[in-house]
Unconditional design. Structure first.
Length: 103
């Protein structure tokens, strides 16, 4: 989709899935499907790219099927600063020589 609809941003958009759910670690089982479970992925954009086009790929994302094999949760298009600020309080990733503590 990125290459087809946003070719000028190809190579600038990161895609993936992060967090602490079992689907992120590849250890899903029948019990893990009862919470924070479902098909989905994230697209991360720089602040500039998010301001320029963020609404368009989010609309494309929202147009995807809302259910897959009975699950209906998806994630979306995120600005990098928002992604980092929510869990860390900082708009950027920690420096490689100063990783975040576990607390």
């Amino acid at each position: 989709m990125i290459a087809e609809r946003y070719p000028e941003y190809r190579g600038r958009v990161a895609a993936g899935l992060v967090g602490h759910g079992p689907e992120r670690y590849g250890v899903d089982d029948a019990l893990s499907c009862d919470r924070d479970f479902g098909p989905g992925f994230c697209l991360w954009l720089t602040a500039e790219d998010h301001a320029a086009i963020g609404e368009r790929p989010q609309a494309d994302y929202d147009a995807l099927p809302t259910e897959f094999r009975g699950a209906d949760r998806r994630v979306g298009v995120l600005g990098l600063a928002d992604f980092y600020t929510r869990p860390t309080g900082s708009p950027r990733a920690p420096a490689p020589d100063r990783p975040m503590s576990g607390s």
